[in-house]
Design a protein around this ligand. Structure first.
Ligand code: AMP
Length: 217
């Protein structure tokens, strides 16, 4: 099974992706996580990506597309995968189609997570993540049991540098300009499934699972 999950920053796409990865035994490919781990280890890719990420802008397609192509060639992707945060532009979506066509593969479904902007701003600015394992917390709605310590691995729970109010506003503009058009792009291919994440992640996952069943995936 090859899935894409689309959604505004803080819509909960990462959280849903982790549940779907477990349920369907998929590789989870988060381009944001790949960039963050490169930034942490100070690679040239990380240094280049950081300047864009800090401003809430997209890392250029010329960097991102090659990085994803390399990741999709890794062994764990043979069992199927969920792409979280890629594609984010029409050019990336077209490049992905070409990469897959070369291998005789295709995307089975595209999940679009829907959340109101006001809810997003509130959730993102109170979001915290584990530096070590990436587990997601929220100081208002889902705090770690011990403040600043990950329940799962004991790593440091911190706020992402780009989860401040100013950068979130820029990321939302970037999303509407560049990424939202992908919903029409994939709708035209009959691949879109909606997950409504305005209420809670359980009902969102249920609607995604129903959508996958309806598509026969
Ligand atoms: P995310 O963790 O998905 O919210 O991504 C964090 C940041 O990484 C984004 O705001 C972008 O700056 C960058 N990024 C992640 N995925 C992509 C992508 N597919 N294309 C360009 N930039 C990306």
């Amino acid at each position: 099974m090859r899935l894409i999950i689309l959604g505004a920053p803080g819509s909960g796409k990462g959280t849903s992706a982790v549940v779907l990865k477990e349920k369907y035994d998929l590789a989870h490919i988060s381009t944001g996580d790949i960039f963050r781990s490169n930034i942490k280890s100070g690679t040239p890719l990380g240094l280049e990506a950081k300047s864009y990420i800090d401003k809430g802008q997209l890392v250029p397609d010329s960097i991102t597309i090659g990085m994803v192509e390399g990741r999709l060639a890794e062994d764990d992707c043979k069992k199927g995968y969920i792409l979280d945060g890629f594609p984010r532009t029409i050019a990336q979506a077209e490049a992905l189609d070409e990469m897959l066509a070369k291998k005789g593969e295709k995307i089975d479904a595209v999940i679009s997570i829907v959340v109101d902007d006001e809810i997003i701003k509130d959730r993102v600015t109170s979001r915290r993540v584990c530096e070590k394992c990436g587990a997601s917390y929220n100081v208002k709605y889902k705090p770690a049991k011990v403040d600043g310590v990950c329940d799962l691995c004991g790593g440091n729970v911190v706020q992402r540098a780009d989860d401040n109010e100013e950068t979130v506003a820029a990321r939302l503009i970037t999303y509407y300009e560049n990424t939202k058009p992908l919903i029409d792009f994939y709708n035209a291919k009959g691949l879109i499934i909606e997950g409504d994440n305005n209420v809670d992640s359980e009902s969102c996952i249920k609607s995604i699972e129903d959508g996958l069943d309806a598509l026969g995936v």
